[in-house]
Design a protein around this ligand. Sequence first.
Ligand code: NAD
Ligand code: WQD
Length: 339
Amino acid sequence: MTVLVTGGAGYIGSHTVVELLQAGEQVVVLDNLSNSSLEALKRVESITNSSIIFYQGDIRDNAQLDAIFVEHKIDSVVHFAGLKSVNESISLPYKYYDNNVQGTLNLLAAMERASVYKLVFSSSANVYGTPDTLPVIESAPVGETSNPYGTSKYMVERILQDLATSNEKWRFAILRYFNPVGAHKSGLIGEDPNDIPNNLLPYISQVAIGKLACLGVFGDDYDTPDGTGVRDYIHVVDLALGHLKALEKLSSINGAEVFNLGTGNGYSVLEMIKAFEVASGKSVKFEIKGRRSGDIAMSYANPEKAKSELNWEAKRGLDDMMADAWRWQSQNPNGYANR
Ligand code: NAD
Ligand code: WQD
């Protein structure tokens, strides 16, 4: 099977490409490298001892997309390409709707021209906004998002559902990721934020390695066991494996199906700091700050649907997430460095 992976040089994409290659699939990657480095794909090739067909290009470039579908007999598409900063999306909404929504529309139109109808889409727990009930199930209300990033994911979900209604050939697996963390156990690939990290784990890692002085903990007065925010952190390799299960399932999906990819467990910010200290042997200096605007107290998944219908569940626990995040950070203090 030949799989087109958009955004395959990025954090989750590169880990998924490893698993696809190791499962014997042919992989074609399309990535504009706006938030990634070719070095990641070189390292994927060395981990897997196989080669990747790579196109540096944009999902908004129709000619590029058509050329790829002509040159390769693509069976299905795993669509990671997109922008993901909640903060940036608030100040640059057009950029996010253009990249994430318009970009996906272009991709879908090119797929239709090439008669390729199977796609796995990277959505986000962000579409749930502030969940009413925990753990969150797929049928919970969506769309009350607090930022254009989350809204762009919600809009694409709706577009996919409408396309599935319009033409029964379409098969979509919409995967709502919770909080991906960790890295491949080789220490060769991992998350490489290009600025000061917004997300918790990369920030903790950079404090531990001495690149940042102190972690700000955004609020200790939430209605949670220790007052700090609780999230469902999922190892990126488990997440990657979820995409392989979704691809297997695509042929038997009727239209569009949504799956939560999470562990079902919630950990607080303070628990995360402690676990990282244990895994790394480093101390992580932190300071309690005010709440971050737009944050919610708690979010964790009900992952039962993915378990029963995709035959997938997260296997890696918090210790693995932390040990692997630290191996990546300590072996690559400057990430991929040359990007
Ligand atoms: P990432 O930024 O590391 O990877 C995204 C990749 O897409 C990058 O390599 C980037 O260069 C590429 N890209 C962006 N716009 C493109 C375009 N127009 N054309 C071609 N390539 C383009 O992010 P990630 O963490 O690997 O996330 C992958 C996907 O999963 C994204 O769609 C993101 O919104 C979604 N997601 C991420 C998280 C998370 O916390 N990391 C959570 C939920 C959902
Ligand atoms: C986790 C917890 C913070 C940083 C975001 C997106 C979501 C998804 C994953 C893409 C919260 C606290 C964080 C820091 C802190 N991405 N925190 N100090 O906000 O759950 O989710 O990333 O789809 O859509 O919204 O993740 O890692 O930013 O925060 O105290 O410096 O850590 O308040 O409780 P979040 P996060």
